[in-house]
Design a protein. Sequence first.
Length: 195
Amino acid sequence: MNIFEAIRNRRSIGKVKPDPVSREMIEQLLEAASWAPSHRKTEPWKFFVLTGEGRRPLGRALAEISKEKMEEPLTDENQVMLRKQEEKPFRAPLIIAVAVTPSDDPKVIPIEEIGAVNAAIQNMLLAAHALGLGAIWRTGKPTYHAKMKELFGLREQDEMLGFIYVGYPDMEQPQGRRNPFEEKTVWINSDKSYC
């Protein structure tokens, strides 16, 4: 698959089959992610591979985080919502949780570490597409909650940056659309004129 084709055609696939993803394919995704650029070669990513019942603790954490916002968590309605939260990780047979573990080197700029991990995630998404897998990068407020740091044994300065849900697609690939790059581009020439 041509890289430009992969970039243009990759889409978030939120509905996947329950069929397991082979260890070989998982390792290919992790290998692709690990080739992302990082300033000062810090490689500040950390991956957690969740399969089978290994997804259960994530579900519990999502439910606990949701429960914190509820005035009466024991109502029937809220109990249904909490069970739904617990089952979210079971929407895909594989979840790769991705965290940034910034370098302690004072010369390293923290936002650059986050940028490097985001690039690693994009590599992973493109690799999944190239392998015929469907993937979606899930985030949201619970991702950055202290309970996630605790669940994954992260340090205070570390952050969870997302959960990549992966499996074999069980939906039509959505059509993509982007604004023309010209709308988001300013050309600055050496003669300091703008065009």
